[in-house]
Design a protein around this ligand. Structure first.
Ligand code: SAM
Length: 447
């Protein structure tokens, strides 16, 4: 069949909505699916824990047992019901993308690729309101060239979409992936559209080099696990965030603590535009997200954490204040009211801990993403900065009666080593992750 015939057949299928609904019911909701989960690099363990936690505690339970496999930098979940896929999409704090696998199998040459792509039921996934980007990767294969494959795929799916956007355009609603490894083809489509870490509460303050929300959430999950390993009764009650910048750690902490599903921030997921979307199921999960969120009980809780952001930059504090407003405004739209982080406009190194408003009698959680020179491209003395921070944490440990759990992002081996030497009496654990191409060591400590 040539591309011309295929186009007219595609349009016929698009008009046949009743039949299409039946097919979607049978093939998408009536069969178990496979998805690919993308997570921030270096956080496979946290992503796997999160997925297992959600699938073992589903709001809409599935009877099947999903098979979860880590392959390189991706997690494959097979035998998963579409309702559970949507639950993962709406609930996970630290995942980057969820892609529905449309096809996986052998494809021996360009013609077989074309035939396979032509036989796909694109009308389940695409419609004329969606602009699409196509990404093709071909690894270890002589038979497949990325540019030629992209051209074939573009021609086949164009009749189903508003447009296929070019690589440098930013107007796509979602992305279709064709990944070839030797002769194995995987076709998948993002159900998130815009990356899941764009949760919607954050404005832009590029100079502060903020962490991506998914990576910040993963750091927090890991640190709280480390806290529990050291002391099963550890609860973060006083939360200190020096160098808080735009406040990412504060917001990610609050979401974690109060079990706020990212879906409650009113962001759009591209699945809402897809023909396979079922609003009833989606709205049911949104209601469950509100029910399972702990914020409505804040007023009745004995104690809620005090969150203190510390930054001496007017610009950063202005951006943080805007983000606090956005964060609360978005929650209010779901009729949820959140505690507000407090902002302290002081130099962290000059800070008098004994004078801070709230008691230091409660367990402390401290999160540090310092303004290290390397990342901001200045010739600052990073080792000295890490030396001073460690000394300040020791000072805090002499003032507070309780335990201190924390983590610090270190840009170099030597900054990490300076820091860990000063905290030699603390229990520590280090792991690595990748932020914008930089290898970051994260030192977790418990004092
Ligand atoms: C790397 S940024 C932190 C980014 C932050 N995690 C975020 O998500 O936006 C460092 C921040 O430290 C602040 N800062 C630098 N020196 C400081 C000091 N001595 N005391 C308090 N804040 C400081 C800067 O104003 C900047 O906002």
């Amino acid at each position: 069949m040539n591309a011309g015939n295929w186009s007219s057949r595609a349009i016929n299928r698009l008009t046949d909505n009743g039949a299409l609904s039946k097919k979607i019911k049978k093939n998408i909701y009536g069969k178990l699916q496979t998805i690919k989960v993308i997570f921030p690099s270096g956080f496979a363990d946290v992503a796997l824990d999160t997925i297992n936690h959600i699938l073992n505690n589903l709001w809409l339970p599935q009877t099947s047992h999903s098979e979860i496999t880590l392959i390189g930098n991706e997690i494959y979940i097979r035998n998963i019901h579409m309702f559970s896929v949507i639950e993962l999409l709406l609930r996970s704090q630290c995942l980057t993308d969820i892609r529905l696998v449309i096809f996986q199998g052998k494809t021996f040459n360009k013609f077989a690729f074309e035939k396979k792509c032509q036989s796909m039921p694109w009308d389940y996934y695409l419609n004329k309101s969606m602009a699409l980007k196509i990404k093709v990767t071909s690894i270890a294969s002589n038979a497949f060239h990325e540019t030629a494959l992209k051209k074939i795929l573009t021609e086949i799916i164009s009749p189903y979409t508003l447009e296929v956007a070019s690589a440098d355009e930013l107007n796509e609603t979602t992305c279709l992936y064709a990944d070839l490894y030797k002769n194995k083809l995987t076709l998948s489509i993002s159900l998130a559209g815009e990356a899941l870490y764009k949760k919607g509460y954050r404005g832009i303050l590029s100079a502060s080099a903020p962490l991506r929300e998914d990576a910040a959430a993963a750091c927090i999950i890991k640190a709280l696990q480390f806290g529990k390993q050291n002391n099963i009764n550890y609860v973060p009650e006083t939360v200190l965030i020096p160098f808080s910048g735009t406040g990412t750690f504060a917001f990610e902490f609050l979401q974690n603590y109060f079990n706020v599903s990212p879906a409650l921030f009113q962001r759009q997921y591209v699945i809402e535009k897809m023909p396979l979307f079922r609003a009833e199921n989606f709205n049911y999960l949104l209601k469950k997200a509100i029910k399972n969120c702990l914020l409505p009980n804040v007023e009745h809780a004995d104690r809620t954490p005090e969150v203190l952001c510390i930054d001496n930059s007017k610009n950063a504090n202005h951006a943080c204040t805007n983000n606090i407003e956005n964060f609360n405004h978005l929650l209010e739209m779901s009729k949820l009211y959140c505690i507000k982080p407090k902002l302290l406009d002081v130099d962290f190194f000059a800070m008098d801990f004994s004078a801070i408003e709230f008691a230091l009698e409660h367990d402390v959680f401290i999160m540090l993403n310092p303004p290290y020179g390397l990342r901001l491209n200045k010739n600052a003395n990073t080792d000295q900065l890490y030396h001073n921070i460690a000394k300040k944490i020791l000072e805090l440990s002499t003032i507070t009666k309780s335990k201190i759990l924390g983590f610090i992002l270190c840009p170099t081996e030597s900054a990490w080593s300076v820091f860990i030497k000063i905290l030699k009496h603390a229990k520590t654990q280090t792991y690595h992750f990748n932020q914008g191409g930089m290898d970051i060591r994260v030192c977790q400590f418990y004092i």
